[in-house]
Design a binder for this molecule. Structure first.
Ligand code: ADP
Ligand code: MG
Length: 347
């Protein structure tokens, strides 16, 4: 559906995108995820034809569109700043986009109505953007991008700047609309929760390069590099050298011995072992299992649907644990933390 092949973009001496290749199948929702400045917007703009890549090709539905102007690409775009015209009504904003794409007056009215119905905003057609909330403006912006049935929808951080509750609501809403319309979508964000919650696949970008490409599950459960492990999701990190012990392999980190899965690198290798907070169990009494360590509860913060506990081990190392909403622990409790060997990610 969309193929990006060997994209490179230099701004003077600065390499913003570095030999980036990926493809998106028809109907897929793919997210470019990475920190600010890693080249996400540049990539999106190059696909749209708004920025000329220094090297590389863009293919859309099998056709090479690299040298086509933006208006010949049949691409729909929406941004964080919605770029709606403030002096036009919602209806006029959407109609304007359709006129730009060559639709007749007769077609336009129907398409405006259909797209407003799609985003649940029919009653706002005569409002000006300034009379709408941020979330409503994003809906209109999406309606405008979808009204002419683009081959691909490009979204650049559309939820950044909305408050947290609205952001979460918009995520599931956006994904629902995308599935309903079946539009192929490339979404750009620095927010890992956006990426993990909506995408079929995620491209993790670092300094203009693809660091890892895969499903949200794969990116989260099997990161291939420390960058991905640390950028996507929380974890506690134990750094040390792999050693043999009791027929298995361990890493000595501070005064502890962390037992590693069989797939760990050979003894002598410097590694970091990552443990996700939801894989850490907390108990008052020891269970005498492998990878169990005593500690003290330093902090408990309620995250709404769960609690995050910070536990200080006897060597001063702090460990994050996610528990049920109301854990039966208090700050200062002496506890044991434990995690299973096969949940340890070794990189
Ligand atoms: P992101 O969207 O991931 O935050 P961008 O693609 O906007 O990253 O930018 C990537 C890099 O390219 C940054 O270092 C940014 O400062 C630089 N950059 C982006 N646009 C321009 C431009 N028009 N001129 C010069 N440098 C730019
Ligand atoms: Mg950007």
């Amino acid at each position: 559906m969309l193929e990006v092949e060997g994209f490179t973009k230099y701004y003077g001496d600065l390499c913003a995108v570095d030999d980036l290749s990926f493809r998106i199948e028809a109907g897929e929702f793919v997210t470019l995820l990475g920190p600010s400045g890693c080249g996400k917007s540049t990539t999106l703009h190059a696909i749209a034809g708004l920025v000329e890549p220094t090297e590389g090709r863009t293919r859309l539905r099998g056709d090479d569109v690299t040298d086509l102007p933006p208006e010949k690409r049949n691409i729909g775009m929406a941004f964080q700043s919605t770029a709606l015209f403030p002096h036009m009504t919602v209806r006029e904003n959407i109609a304007y986009g359709l006129r730009m794409h060559g639709y007749s007056k007769a077609d336009i009215e129907g398409r405006v109505d259909d797209s407003l119905a799609l985003v649940d905003m029919p009653e706002h057609s005569e409002h000006k953007p300034g009379e709408l909330s941020g979330g409503q403006q994003q809906r209109v912006s999406l309606a405008r991008a979808l009204a002419y049935e683009p081959d691909i929808l490009l979204l650049d951080e559309p939820l950044t700047g909305l408050d947290r509750v609205l952001q979460e609501e918009m995520r599931s809403w956006l994904r629902r609309i995308q599935l309903e319309v079946g539009v192929t979508t490339l979404y750009v964000t620095h927010d890992q929760e956006d990426a993990l919650s909506m995408s079929d696949r995620v491209v993790v970008l670092r300094d203009g390069r693809a660091e890892q490409i895969g499903s949200p599950e794969l990116i989260y459960e099997s990161p291939e590099s420390p960058f991905v492990a640390e950028f996507v999701g929380k974890s506690t990190q134990f750094t040390g050298k792999v050693a043999e012990a009791d027929g298995g392999v361990v890493v000595h980190s501070d005064n502890k011995k962390i037992t590693l899965p069989d797939s760990a690198p050979s003894p002598g290798t410097d590694v970091t072992a990552y443990v996700r907070p939801e894989d850490v169990r907390v108990s008052i009494d020891p269970t005498r299992s492998t990878n169990e360590f005593p500690g003290t509860v330093l902090n408990i913060s309620n995250l709404g649907n769960r609690a995050e506990m910070t536990i200080e081990l006897t060597d001063g190392k702090t460990v994050l644990a996610h528990t049920g909403r109301f854990p039966n622990f208090a700050v200062g409790d002496n506890v044991y933390i434990q995690f299973d060997i096969d949940r340890v990610i070794v990189l």
